[in-house]
Design a binder for this molecule. Structure first.
Ligand code: UGA
Length: 431
């Protein structure tokens, strides 16, 4: 690697930035990570990892002599040949992406004497690259190449996804930058797709919107299954055997959450709308997904007669298992709706960080599943943590005031639970 090792500045020490930095260092590059949060940089310099991501800590530790962490943007770019922008692009009230952090980085690139390319990994609206290109030219950086290199890693498996991707998308207008980035990725086990900047920006938004649509489609089928007596799990398994459709992302549940699908689908809708087109399919996907946890609350209410003063246990809080991330978690919508109905909440999650803000401030958090369901009128599986498979549900049943189990992720066997005395509810099945 020595010969082709590059000096890379990574802006943003969040999920994407840290995984990118760790993996590039693993490939042999020298990487300087810059973040604006002092606590984050302090932790990283102390050898700690500020986020939970399997394999990330090991990779950062193994490659620590090639990694530097700083709060100083000038220091980050002093030796950099490539600047990777991995800052967050949170949604504004209208759903548009807030690009202020991206622009702050662009403005910091003026003192980068060795810079050959600026690469955006952050998810941005189509057309952002063209604006950045113009800004670089205006700042006298015409000689610096520009590329969009969107990220397709999923939380909880980001390191593996990064090193073994289905594809690496490189969108750039010039061959030199395309060649440089292909070389930077040497050693990664995945095909490189070259294209123009706008198309690369669109690939990211379209891929996430299609995955969100696939989940929403099966959630809609699940609702019809509930009304007609079909079982969505059988339907999804058989649909998925058609190789044109695939089984992935056909698990019905309480709706998609996380830092990407909700934000990116709203961003694509806002972008389409800004360009004069109403993206009707995406409007429906977003509306159905917003409804999905609310429907679960209504079904629970119908089953219990009322939710007022009922003790409800929420099992799982994070937006999916294997992460501590609570961003746009369906559990938060469920908790708010249940509290609004007068319910008392208990909750359990093995990894969610303590949440002392509404609605969680009023929920009793317990260290074990059994304690969380004790004296409950209903338990709802919100996140499919594997720990739920290890519970002796037969032994647990008498601890509940009312043995109603709503499996919001269809992970347990309802027949087995019914046999040991539970009333079962799930998504897209008769029980
Ligand atoms: C997602 C994409 O999968 C990544 O490819 C993408 O790079 C990433 O967003 C991003 O844009 O950064 P992530 O948000 O980490 O990754 O999580 P997923 O595993 O995709 O799950 C998203 C949500 O969909 C979760 O709430 C999950 O419970 C839900 N989901 C997923 C379902 O309800 N059903 C399914 O069948 C699959």
């Amino acid at each position: 690697m020595q010969g082709s090792a590059r000096s890379i500045a990574v802006f943003g020490a969040g999920y994407i930035g840290l995984v990118t930095a760790a993996c590039f260092a693993h490939l042999g590059h020298r990487v300087t990570v810059r973040d604006i949060q002092p606590e984050r940089i302090r932790l990283l310099n102390a050898g700690d990892v500020p986020i939970h991501e399997p394999g990330l800590g090991d990779l950062l530790a193994e490659n620590k002599e090639r990694l530097t962490y700083t709060l100083d943007a000038t220091e980050a770019v002093r030796d950099a040949q490539v600047a990777y922008i991995c800052v967050d692009t949170p949604p504004t009230a209208s759903g548009d992406a807030d690009l202020s952090r991206v622009w702050a980085v662009i403005n910091a690139l003026k003192d980068a004497p060795h810079l050959s390319a600026v690469v955006v990994k952050s998810t941005v609206p189509v057309g952002t690259g063209a604006r950045i290109r113009a800004a670089l030219n205006e700042a006298g950086l015409e000689h610096v190449g520009y590329a969009s290199n969107p990220e397709f890693t999923a939380e909880g498996r980001a390191v593996t996804d990064f090193l073994h991707p289905d594809r690496i998308v490189i969108g750039t207008a010039d061959h030199t930058t395309a060649a440089l980035l292909t070389e930077v990725h040497a050693g990664i086990d995945g095909p490189v797709q070259h294209m123009d900047v706008a198309s690369a920006e669109m690939v990211k938004l379209a891929a996430n919107a299609l995955l969100a649509t696939k989940i929403t489609f099966i959630n809609e089928i699940a609702t019809v299954c509930e009304a007609t007596g079909a079982d969505v799990s059988h339907v999804a398994d058989a649909i998925g055997m058609d190789h044109r459709l695939g089984r992935h992302f056909l698990n019905a549940g309480l709706g998609y959450g996380g830092s990407c699908f909700p934000k990116d689908s709203r961003a694509l809708r806002a972008m389409a709308s800004n360009s004069g087109y109403s993206f009707q399919l995406l409007n429906a996907v977003i509306a159905v997904n917003d409804l999905q946890p609310r429907r679960a609350v209504q079904r629970l209410k119908a089953e219990l007669g009322t939710l007022n003063q009922r003790r409800i246990a929420l099992l799982g809080m994070t937006f999916k298992p294997g992460t501590d991330d609570m961003r746009e978690a369906p559990s938060t919508v469920l908790a708010s709706r249940l509290l609004a109905e007068g319910a008392a909440l208990t909750c359990w999650d093995p990894m969610a960080r303590p949440a002392d803000t509404a609605p969680w401030a009023t929920a009793e958090r317990h260290p074990t599943i059994i304690e969380a369901i004790t004296a409950a009128d209903a338990a709802v599986i919100v996140t499919e943590w594997p720990h739920l498979h290890d519970v002796d549900w037969e032994q647990a049943r008498p601890t509940m005031r009312n043995p109603l189990l709503f499996d919001g992720r269809n992970m347990l066997d309802p027949d087995a639970l019914s046999r040991v005395g539970y009333t079962c509810m799930s998504v897209g099945r008769a029980t």
